[in-house]
Design a protein around this ligand. Structure first.
Ligand code: FES
Length: 119
């Protein structure tokens, strides 16, 4: 079995609680890279594919601005769907009841990593 690998995304200090997301891409062997992001919410780091469940477009306007004004939901800039930052579950909008695709994120030694398994 292949050993897991990790991709460095950013420093822990780059993620403010409820602040801007850090955008990154996940390379694919056969196809375009997948857009993704990490955010910090209530002290923990979460990561998701940057793809709304309504229509497969990025949630933000490429500016990492994903939290709504309350600071407790991630909002799709296209039609306003609201997702829970800690689970990715959509609580309001056209994709209500669906969830963002969660990523295996690890925060260690003041750095944020994505766990990836080689193909
Ligand atoms: S594309 Fe996100 S709510 Fe429509």
């Amino acid at each position: 079995m292949a050993a897991p690998q990790a991709l460095l995304i950013c420093r822990s200090s780059d993620l403010e609680d409820g602040g801007l997301a850090r955008r990154f891409e996940i390379a694919q062997a056969d196809g375009d890279p997948l857009p993704a992001f990490v955010i910090r919410y209530r002290g923990r780091v979460y990561g998701y594919l940057n793809r709304c469940r309504h229509i497969p477009v990025e949630l933000d306007l490429q500016d990492g601005n994903l939290f709504d004004l309350s600071g407790h939901y991630l909002i799709c800039s296209m039609h306003g769907a609201r997702y829970r930052p800690d689970t990715g579950y959509c609580t309001w909008g056209p994709c209500r009841g669906q969830s963002l695709t969660a990523l295996d994120i690890v925060e260690e030694d003041s750095q944020v990593w994505l766990n990836v398994m080689p193909a």
